[in-house]
Design a binder for this molecule. Structure first.
Ligand code: 5GP
Ligand code: SF4
Ligand code: MG
Length: 465
């Protein structure tokens, strides 16, 4: 998901709508905005579909007045499929000291246990979302102000959270102690911005200030500016390495590094680790493009657009059902026949999850007369599900959970298939020494099976580490 918030500008909701539009790649199912205005109090609009289709009409934006607003774009993760509008964030709660709205990116790994406990003690849930627990935990806190209630609530929550929240006068940002999901701070005119990624600061002309630190809470008001707290026990950070590979936009900056540069470097590492003689390097667009450019650069094999992407389709992975995903590949990608015929082609993609994309693309490429097909993948084999906010299927459905690299090659019937090594990936994100196996610098659980936070709900349901 994507989260965004602005304080201290006229019509903050307009800025939030633009910010969410720039974060659309993080979630395309639904979006919502809550604003606050001194006269009207809180207002909210939540809708299915793209931000650009919902939050541009004047009539709608006029219902969201005020200098303070937050928003969310939704991408449902395991357990919350078949979304209802009541699952669309931000969530809102009215407390004795006033209202608060929250937007959450990540996934709470003990949400089932928390929900059970809360329901037994009388909480009435409105949605099926894990994020709603936070509101109910806040309602039960005895603290006298909302940021402190939120600290109380979040100390009981396990898993990944980057949160943008608001009261009637404050914009609040929090990251979980590991800092699994991103969150950055920016400044626009006299106001402040919180955003999942820097690309959504650029769109409103905001300047990047810094990242919110893992385990940090910032409370921003027009009166006091930015106040920072550290409510949690401090632990070494474990940012999601897959944000670098796939999830974030290539024009964003993470930890001082351009995501594009990192992906380019992954391609360079891949070309060194798994060279192959061929005529063309083609990306599977758009997610494989920077790595394919890096691969071509390092190998000296010409780069070409052998697959053309229909710009009017979204990210296929994000469509929740298997059937839509299957069709999605053809709706979204088509082979550039004239270029491919008779060629030995290296295809570069960011990841293989179920193998749906690779299988279809191989068929299309061979159909178009390619002589050889070699896959090079910009991440290690995805052998474990993510429980921290990226929607991977159950372990059984992951190709790499049951097959070795060679078995996957045979299964996909391609001439060769190679994944970047975990160490190669770490080098590409700037860790010259590779992965520190005693204390890994990132979360890489979907590749390594080493979960930095035990997924307690899933273990309860029988998931085996
Ligand atoms: P597959 O078709 O193998 O199931 O999925 C691989 C494709 O989905 C890749 O082209 C990649 O761009 C995209 N993708 C891979 N992993 C993820 C993920 O965890 N989340 C999302 N949203 N997309 C992914
Ligand atoms: Fe990111 Fe993978 Fe960790 Fe999930 S399991 S947070 S996708 S690195
Ligand atoms: Mg892709």
């Amino acid at each position: 998901c994507g989260v965004y918030g602005v304080i201290g500008v006229t019509d903050a909701a307009n800025f939030v709508a633009l910010g969410l539009h720039a974060l659309q790649h993080r979630g395309q199912e639904a979006g919502g905005i809550v604003s606050h205005d001194a006269e009207q109090g809180f207002n909210s609009v939540r809708r299915f579909g793209y931000v650009r289709d919902n939050f541009t009409r004047h009539s709608l934006m006029e219902t969201l007045p005020g200098p303070l607003a937050i928003g969310h774009v939704r991408y449902s993760t395991a357990g919350s499929k078949g979304a209802a509008i009541r699952d669309v964030q931000p969530f809102f709660g009215e407390f004795s000291m006033g209202g608060a709205a929250i937007a959450h990116n990540g996934n709470i790994t003990n949400a089932n246990a928390l929900r059970k406990e809360l329901v037994e003690r009388g909480s009435i849930f409105q949605s099926s979302s894990d994020s709603e627990c936070i509101i109910h935990l806040m309602a039960r806190s005895l603290q006298r102000n909302i940021p402190e209630r939120m600290e109380d609530a979040l100390r009981r929550v396990e898993g990944a959270f980057s949160i943008v929240a608001m009261t009637g006068s404050e914009l609040i940002g929090v990251r979980d102690p590991l800092g699994v999901r991103p969150l950055v701070l920016g400044q626009v005119a006299d106001g402040w911005v919180l955003s999942s990624e820097t690309c959504a600061l650029d769109i409103i002309g905001a300047t990047y200030v810094r990242e919110i630190e893992p385990g940090e809470m910032v409370v921003i008001s027009e009166k006091h500016g930015v106040e920072s707290h550290y409510p949690f026990r401090r632990v070494p950070a474990r940012f999601c390495i897959f944000e670098h590979v796939y999830f974030s936009r290539p024009d964003s900056i993470i930890g001082g590094r351009s995501v594009y540069e990192t992906r380019h470097q992954i391609g360079v590492e891949l070309a060194r680790e798994a060279p192959v003689d061929a005529d063309l390097v083609c990306p599977v667009p758009d997610s494989g493009t920077p790595a394919a450019i890096g691969f071509s650069h390092e190998s000296g094999i010409p780069y070409a657009m052998g697959i053309i992407r229909n710009q009017y389709m979204g990210r296929t992975f994000i469509e929740p059902t298997e059937q839509i995903r299957n069709m999605g590949v053809r709706l979204k990608l088509n082979v550039n026949r004239a270029l491919i015929k008779g060629k030995r082609v290296i295809l570069v993609d960011d990841s293989v999850v179920r193998g749906t994309t690779s299988r279809k693309i191989k068929e299309m490429i061979l159909d178009a007369g390619a002589k050889e097909v070699h896959f090079r993948i910009a991440s290690p084999p995805t052998a474990w599900p993510c429980f921290y906010g990226v929607d991977t299927p159950q372990r059984e459905k992951l190709l790499a959970a049951t097959m070795t690299e060679d078995e996957m090659r045979d299964h996909l019937q391609v001439d060769s298939l190679k994944f970047i090594s975990l160490n190669g990936l770490y080098r590409a994100v700037g860790e010259a020494e590779g992965r520190n196996s005693n204390c890994p610098q990132y979360c890489d659980a979907c590749f390594s099976g080493e979960y930095p936070v035990a997924p307690s709900d899933m273990i309860e349901q029988g998931f085996e580490l």
